[in-house]
Ligand binder design. Structure first.
Ligand code: UTP
Length: 241
């Protein structure tokens, strides 16, 4: 099974504690040892926001700010690479082709950002599309896709399952409300819809949850089921039985 795991910067390194990065690396390593081909994409988190905020005050333009954000995502990717040691490609691939080639060789690819004007949500969806992944997992600090921002609205409803077209509609609605944050952004949702990659959005603050989602489809987040796909995916561990 081929999986792309997207780990938000605030999930991987909210405070630069090495144990947290190690715990995520352990999960990725275990999945790889069990025979899974793994690509990972790491976000920038609070550190990226701080750098971008400071550079904005200094007069940097939006593309320059995005480039700073990309550098921070790649710095976080290097942290995860350090914890994965020899199993990971030694530096963050800067395009999908290099990441796909690393995965093809049997390495774990750990990417950060790629190009200005987007976030690592979209990078993850594009990598999943490029490598023809069976599954894309977003490990975020929110436990799924909600009808509204759960931090702002009491009656925000969590979706257990959405088809990809519904995901696009929900995210488009959320992005219309200034200030409300969506667990994946609209470009990512559109790429998921286009590629038809099965996707899970879950709370990744406990890295083991990522492993359970990949192995068994067990999770408490939101399943994004491609249009026309079977309701039940045959998860790869069960596949082998
Ligand atoms: P993130 O993917 O962490 O952005 O990339 P985010 O969604 O704003 O962060 P979270 O999920 O809320 O923690 C950090 C920044 O890097 C730039 C963007 O400016 C983004 O906000 N970036 C990242 C790019 O310009 N292109 C990329 O491909 C990736």
């Amino acid at each position: 099974m081929k999986v792309v795991v997207s780990i938000g910067g605030s999930v991987l390194a909210p405070d630069l504690r090495s144990e947290r990065v190690r715990a995520h690396a352990d999960v990725i390593e275990t999945l790889a040892a069990e025979g899974c081909t793994v690509g990972t994409v790491v976000g920038g988190g609070g550190v990226a926001r701080e750098y971008i905020g400071a550079a904005r005050e200094l007069g940097a333009n939006e593309i320059e700010l995005d480039d700073i954000g990309i550098d921070v995502t790649r710095l976080n990717a290097r942290l995860l690479i350090a914890a994965l040691s020899e199993q990971a490609a030694p530096s963050p691939p800067e395009d999908y082709e290099s990441a796909g080639a690393a995965m093809h060789r049997g390495d774990i690819a750990v990417m950060g950002g790629v190009t200005p004007g987007q976030t690592t949500d979209a990078v993850s969806a594009a990598l999943a599309e490029y490598v023809n992944a069976d599954l894309l997992v977003y490990a975020t600090s929110v436990d799924g896709v909600y009808s509204d921002d759960p931090n702002e609205t009491d009656d925000a409803r969590k979706y257990d399952e959405l088809d990809a077209g519904e995901l696009v509609d929900v995210i488009a609605g959320l992005e219309m409300n200034a200030g409300s944050s969506a667990p994946v952004d609209l470009l990512a949702a559109k790429l998921i819809e286009r590629s038809g990659v099965r996707t899970i959005v879950l709370d990744g603050t406990e890295p083991e949850r990522i492993a359970d989602a990949v192995r068994y489809g067990d999770h408490a987040g939101t399943d994004i089921v491609p249009d026309g796909a079977d309701d039940q995916m045959t998860y790869w561990v069960r596949d082998e039985q």
